[in-house]
Write a protein that binds this ligand. Structure first.
Ligand SMILES: *Cc1c(COP(=O)(O)O)cnc(C)c1O
Length: 356
């Protein structure tokens, strides 16, 4: 057996590590921002029924254009969107990869504002796009004038915003997106993976008249559907045409299409727990603030908590107590997903013990 280093792999991939949030079997898993409430049985049965129907036709390639699913996604999003303005893939990570394949690539530059989603530099690397990250303000917000001048300085081909921002939870005002759009000739992507948890307006409302704006969404978070792998985008129909050029043929399996379609038929039931999750998020913010820690404001289903003198030690101790959270590498912080009431109670109880 040889090692990766012995292979004639691309030079720019040498020494790189695969994405690796720990997947551990623990009682309370609050590390990757899943909806921990799970799938209600009624929805599970509907999914199985649609999967059964799709299964008998698995000898055939799936519908390459998946127009039924795109129609459902467009109607779920509202904003007068039509199916030809919507596209889907295996998770929004694949959506982002397709966007970078079409609008990035060798000699091109993507710009984002950190700390932000750790997959952006990875997706840039895979697609051979240069990636630059400009710093956010101390409270992780973005200053409109600074964003505009950074765009003018970098002249990026892709500007990617994450709103609400992972891992900080920070909402982004539409002013900044509008100003960024006007300041660039490139594609502007707004990654709204956590939009359903946010009280702020979606960038979907900015789409009319802005053909270079793309809003990326996912069923992995609020929809409790991370395992099914379904991400999607809304944009001008021309952007969807670009996705068709770079996607692999039949990239969305018939089973994925069937499962997502069944889930969307129950969207209100699946999204029912969003308010409960927001309540648990606010509970984490209130409790940790009361204990003298420094939680950041969050518009998502997680909280970045600062003020730990040794966050890795707290991470390790929580894990020993059966609670898995995330150390994203921002000094003195941990990122904690808001779970069910029982999970949040367990988390806060263990945290209180450690801090005592
Ligand atoms: C979780 C997450 C995604 C979603 O990834 P999927 O591939 O859809 O599961 C996208 N963007 C951000 C910022 C995320 O946190």
């Amino acid at each position: 057996m040889s090692t990766l280093d012995d292979l004639p792999i691309r030079e720019d991939l040498r020494g790189q590590k695969p994405y690796g949030a720990p997947q551990l079997d623990v009682p309370v898993s609050l590390n990757v921002n899943e909806n921990t409430f799970g799938i209600p049985e009624a929805v599970a049965l509907s999914i199985i029924e649609k999967l059964a129907k799709a299964t008998v036709s698995l000898n055939r390639y799936p519908d390459r254009e998946f127009l039924d699913l795109r129609t459902q996604l467009a109607s779920f999003l509202g904003h007068d969107l039509a199916a030809h303005q919507v596209w889907a893939a295996n998770g929004s990570n694949e959506i982002l990869q397709q966007l970078f394949s079409a609008f990035g690539g060798p000699g091109r530059v993507a710009l984002s504002f950190g700390p932000t989603y750790s997959m952006y530099p990875n997706i840039a690397r895979i697609t051979m796009t240069e990636y630059l990250e400009k710093p956010r303000q101390a409270d992780f917000s973005l200053d409109l004038n600074q964003v505009v001048s950074q765009i003018q300085e970098v002249q990026p081909d892709i500007v990617i915003f994450c709103s609400p921002n992972n891992p900080t939870g920070t909402a982004l005002s539409l002013d900044v997106i509008e100003a960024a759009y006007s300041a660039t000739k490139g594609i502007v992507i707004v990654d709204e993976a956590y939009a359903e948890f946010s009280n702020n307006p979606s960038a979907l409302g900015l789409l009319p008249g802005r053909p270079r704006l793309v809003v990326s969404r996912t069923m992995s978070k609020a929809f409790a559907f991370a395992g099914a792998r379904l991400g999607y985008l809304a944009a001008d129909a021309a952007v969807v045409d670009a996705m068709r050029i770079v996607r692999l043929p039949y990239h969305l399996s018939a089973l994925t299409q069937a499962a997502a379609s069944a889930a969307l038929e129950h969207s209100s039931l699946l999204l029912e727990n969003v308010e409960k999750i927001k309540h648990q998020r606010d509970r984490i913010i209130a409790a940790t603030a009361e204990w003298g820690l420094s939680p950041y404001r969050s518009d998502a289903n997680f909280v970045l908590v600062g003020g730990f003198s040794d966050s890795q030690a707290v991470f390790d101790q929580l894990l020993r107590a059966g609670v898995l959270v995330r150390n994203v590498g921002i000094p003195n912080t941990l990122r904690i997903t808001a779970g069910t009431e029982a999970e949040t109670t367990k988390l806060l109880a263990e945290l209180a013990l450690l801090l005592d």
